[in-house]
Design a protein around this ligand. Structure first.
Ligand SMILES: O=C(O)CC1=CCC(=O)O1
Length: 252
């Protein structure tokens, strides 16, 4: 199995898959795992080129990132799972809910977008391939956290480490997957009950992106958290845990 992952929580319980954003790894979910494992078997993994999952040469596509999840579910003999993803993880979740609906129960999309594509991502990919990941640390933290959270030593240390340790080719290839994406027209094909969470202060995928996603998926509802920037699940763990447990049908 090429996808680095961790499976915890009671055997036989419904499975929740947790998918990380660009530049982070499965540690993004450290505050969610203890809350979710009270009710669920939790499968968190590292996207290609992030954490312990190898960064194969790119460019990647959302289909490949979604395919990694299907391969992982098959390998673990999991037929269906709920899915929560932050940003790139949410894009992966939308692809899965559209292309493998029989595998996805309920969907939670956190600080993500269905139409974030564009050439700026190709510029970022080129920068990272030329200069490596270290140059990405300082520009990323103000997108990921509001100023007060970005100054917290625990947050700075943990999230700087994640970015610095990402594989430059894998990160760049994920940027190319985002550059290529516009799945707004595919959203009406999603039938999974969907919760969309946004950070009120998120400069990368502001609440307007959450509203556009929810407008495309029948029955989807939006929750906007504040203060929270792009990594709302790390900045507002208590509120995100409450919303995820409520949406997936777990107990606190
Ligand atoms: O630019 C960032 O770091 C924010 C982001 C966009 C897609 C993603 O996964 O993270």
């Amino acid at each position: 199995m090429n996808v680095n992952h961790e499976l915890t929580g009671p055997e036989g319980a419904p499975v929740v898959v947790l998918s990380n954003s660009l530049g982070t790894d499965m540690r993004l979910w450290d505050e969610q795992v203890p809350a979710l494992t009270g009710s669920f078997r939790v499968l968190r993994y590292d996207q290609r080129g992030h954490g312990g999952t190898e960064g194969k040469p790119g460019p990647y596509t959302l289909a490949q990132l979604g395919g990694d999840v299907l391969e992982l579910l098959d390998w673990l003999d999991i037929s269906e799972a709920h899915f929560a993803g932050v940003s790139l993880g949410g894009m992966t979740g939308m692809w899965l809910a559209e292309h493998a609906p029989e595998r996805i129960g309920r969907l939670a999309l956190i600080c993500t977008s269905a139409d974030l594509g564009g050439t700026a991502w190709l510029d970022r990919a080129a920068t990272v391939r030329a200069n490596g990941m270290a140059a990405m640390v300082e520009p990323s933290l103000p997108r990921w956290f509001t100023p007060a959270a970005a100054e917290r030593p625990d947050i700075r240390a943990k999230f700087s480490d994640m970015i610095a340790k990402a594989d430059a080719e894998g990160y760049a290839a994920c940027c190319e997957a985002i550059a290529d994406m516009d799945i707004l027209d595919e959203l009406p094909g999603i039938t999974a009950p969907t919760l969309v969470i946004a950070g009120a202060e998120d400069p990368a995928t502001p609440p307007s992106h959450a509203e556009r996603i929810a407008a495309g998926i029948a029955g989807a509802r939006v929750e906007v958290l504040s203060p929270a920037a792009h990594l709302a699940n790390a900045e507002q763990p208590g509120e995100v845990n409450r919303l995820l447990l409520e949406h997936f049908g777990g107990t606190a």
